[in-house]
Design a protein around this ligand. Structure first.
Ligand code: NAD
Length: 714
């Protein structure tokens, strides 16, 4: 051993080959500041030890290096530009030093080599990967871009077009794809990875592999003439901008940086990269996206803890084979938990099975699963009309019609047919869990498990803790939701739970705007294009279903009459009364028809305006800012109330639920990050200027106090 630190070591092997091995004390190797410091010292040894003739870079873990330590990012990004540059320059100096070593260098890549891990392997002359390798530069997904030479070395290695694809998509590539692109030079079986790297480095030392020309290629300007460069980069920029949009500046900034540095040497190109990185690190989008990543990690850690505290689900059951029950059964089965699907209606069971097999066939056509997997998943869903086998399930999701009496009867009957330790959950969207719990003898074994439609696509599951739900019940349910590939967020019981409780004030804000003469198409456009929602409120109501929305609005009005009681007929009532239920029956605020490619398209419908005239005053114009404020303030205030009342545990949980449950724009980071970014004083002033619109626009005392104390949420 010629160098040893907590994160890595250097050993001199036989034949003058040095092995730089990343093997940190924790479960994974990551590029945190301590690792960078250790690598800086290790490289000095590599530079000065005259016995070394070649280097292999390896990992002692199941993955090479998973990336930078993202928990350090938010603090790092707050540093003054010069200090941030110092951090980037230290990393660049160490990777340059590896690239400049006076002998051939090879990385042996296993598992993930992402971000800084990918940039570490780009510094060596060659890369050999094993079949477990997954390589990529995910930085643009976090609102930044590679900062340790990724935008400089990758384009020079695999070509500008390919590198732009890697950098802007931010995804990771499996070993065969990486080989095809030329990011790695060979792919081998895991058990021979190290030997393959050793044999390559020996070949390079013996002059059988031209490592010097490989190295020169990575350090030279890109081999594109001016016309080629213009063509290539302007096409890429157009495509990337069309996909990322104006709210996500990182992908386009990365393309521009690669372009600006195309004719530069390594030093110049790294300078462009660092300058762009620093600009991006200071954007609100980077703060928001990094914050979300950290909140997501916290939720994943919580789910892991729950898996230990709760009971394992080896078999599940779902009652009701409708839209939701069928989706839940499919999701459970496809993620490896066999499921019994019970209904009272044979036709519903057939439909539930047909839904599952339709989803699986799509996966098969896309090459994501094979026939064997399809057959295995289908055979793990057992349709039944009786309770006979339901007691084999460790957990049961009730998803029958949304009727309190039916649900109460079904839950009581179910409880009598299962063993004492079975966990029972309900997928109700509006009935309080504490109300449903009253029909059960073992309410401690019961909680809410609120999925979103369509189940296979929507990542969030709200786990609703009733007054009597036990910790073990919650843990078991959280663990099952995570096993289904979903993100569970635990909330306390209240009308609408968390997501619908905060969504409906937004709809009420929208309805009031319509009542005051706004055009629903204009409102949707502002909320989508300016604020960044995937759908504006009118469109979202149509997709959710006006009948569902109408019913839920009444539940919310009952639950929170002081803020949400109706003062008269509103736009949702108008659509409901005209049986315009939205996408499901082809007409709502918009009308819907399939285009030539079979995709449903919406068009504004003159009839809607005619009908809305009953509840709307003279057409009036509102500025974009007014539209955003009038829709968002009711939602924001309600989100704040939910935190103050303990409905959600943390700002991070609330923000993740908003993003995963209703598509709150990720670049804004959720309501709490949005408030922190805007500044609480500024928000309160804005909300107060709309206070005459009613109680939904009243800021809580808690928020005023927080602002007065100069506190933020994160
Ligand atoms: P659905 O009408 O499509 O399906 C309900 C199914 O329950 C039907 O197949 C019916 O035959 C069956 N059923 C009725 N009584 C039964 C009984 N005693 N035992 C077994 N099965 C019985 O309804 P859905 O949209 O799937 O909704 C189901 C639940 O999920 C409701 O509580 C709803 O509020 C909730 N939910 C719905 C959505 C959504 O967007 N559809 C979203 C979240 C939650």
């Amino acid at each position: 051993m010629i160098y040893q630190a907590e994160q890595l070591s250097v050993t001199l092997l036989e034949d003058g080959i040095a092995e730089l091995k990343y093997d940190a004390k924790g479960p994974v190797n990551k590029f945190d500041q301590a690792t960078l410091q250790a690598l800086t010292e290790a490289v000095k040894v590599l530079q000065t030890n005259s016995d070394i003739k070649g280097l292999i870079q390896t990992s002692g873990k199941g993955a090479f290096i998973v990336g930078a330590d993202i928990t350090e990012f938010l603090d790092l990004f707050k540093l003054p530009d010069a200090e941030l540059l110092g951090w980037l320059e230290q990393a660049n100096a160490v990777f340059n030093a590896i690239e400049d070593l006076p002998y051939p260098t090879i990385s042996a890549v296993n598992g993930h080599a992402l971000g800084g891990g990918c940039e570490a392997i780009l510094a060596t002359d060659f890369r050999v990967a094993d079949t477990t390798a997954r390589i990529g530069l995910p930085e643009t997904k976090l609102g930044i871009m590679p900062g340790f030479g990724g935008t400089v070395r990758l384009p020079r290695l695999i070509g500008a077009d390919n590198a732009v694809e890697w950098i802007t998509a931010g995804k990771d590539y499996k070993a065969p794809a990486a080989l095809k692109f030329g990011t790695v030079d060979a792919v081998v079986a895991p058990e021979i990875l190290r030997d393959a790297a050793l044999s390559m480095v020996k070949d390079a030392i013996a002059g059988k592999l031209d490592w010097q020309s490989r190295r020169a290629q990575k350090q030279a300007p890109l081999g594109l003439n001016k016309i080629e460069a213009t063509m290539s980069f302007s096409t890429a920029l157009g495509m990337v901008y069309a996909k990322a949009g104006k709210h996500y500046p990182a992908p386009t900034a990365a393309v521009k940086a690669v372009e600006a540095a195309a004719r530069m040497d390594r030093t110049g190109a790294l300078g462009v990269e660092a300058a762009t990185f620093i600009k991006l690190a200071k954007t609100d989008a980077a703060q928001a996206l990094v914050g979300l990543f950290l909140s997501d990690q916290a939720l994943k850690a919580g789910a892991k803890k729950a898996a230990k505290a709760g009971k394992a689900t080896n078999k599940a059951a779902v009652l009701g084979a409708g839209i939701m029950g069928g989706g839940i059964a499919y999701q459970s089965a496809v993620k490896g938990t066999p499921v019994i699907m019970k209904d009272i209606n044979d036709a519903a069971l057939d439909l539930g099975m047909a839904t599952a097999s339709g989803l699986l066939t799509t996966q098969l056509k896309r090459g994501r699963i094979d026939g064997t997997k399809l057959a295995k998943v289908i055979s793990s869903i057992t349709p039944t009309l009786s309770y006979n086998s339901v007691d084999e399930a460790d957990i049961i999701v009730e998803a029958v019609v949304e009727n309190p009496k039916i649900k109460a009867a079904v839950l009581a009957e179910l409880e009598d047919n299962v063993s004492a330790d079975t966990v029972i959950t309900s997928n109700t969207s509006t009935i309080p869990i504490n109300v449903l719990a009253k029909s059960l003898k073992r309410p401690e074994q019961f909680c809410g498990m609120h999925f979103f439609n369509p189940v296979h696509k929507m990542p969030l599951v709200e786990i609703i803790r009733g007054e009597k739900s036990s910790d073990e019940t919650i843990a078991t349910t959280v663990a099952y939701a995570a096993k289904m590939g979903k993100t569970p967020i635990v909330v306390n019981d209240c009308p609408g739970f968390f997501v619908n409780r905060v969504l409906f004030p937004y709809f009420f804000g929208f309805s009031k705007l319509i009542a005051d003469g706004a055009d629903f198409v204009a409102v949707d456009k502002v909320m989508e294009k300016q604020f960044g929602w995937p759908m504006g409120p009118a469109y979202l109501l149509d997709v959710v279903g006006i009948d569902t929305g109408h019913h839920a609005a009444a539940v919310m009005a009952d639950g929170f009459p002081e803020r949400m009681a109706k003062t008269g007929k509103d736009s949702i009532d108008v659509m409901f009364d005209a049986t315009r239920y939205g996408q499901k029956n082809g007409v709502g605020f918009y009308s819907y028809a399939k285009d030539r490619r079979g995709r449903i398209q919406k068009t504004p419908d003159a009839k809607s305006y005619e009908l809305l005239a009953e509840v709307a005053s003279e057409k009036a114009d509102f500025t974009k800012d007014e539209i955003i404020a009038r829709c968002m303030i009711p939602m924001i205030n309600e989100v704040v109330r939910c935190l103050e009342e303990g409905i959600v545990a943390t700002p991070g949980d609330a923000d993740m639920a908003l993003i995963y449950g209703i598509g709150f724009p990720p670049f804004r980071g959720g309501v709490f990050r949005y408030l922190d970014t805007m500044g609480l004083d500024k928000y309160i002033k804005l909300a107060d200027s709309f206070a005459d619109l009613g109680p939904l626009y009243q800021v809580t005392d808690g928020l005023r106090q927080r602002a007065a104390d100069g506190k933020t949420f994160y």
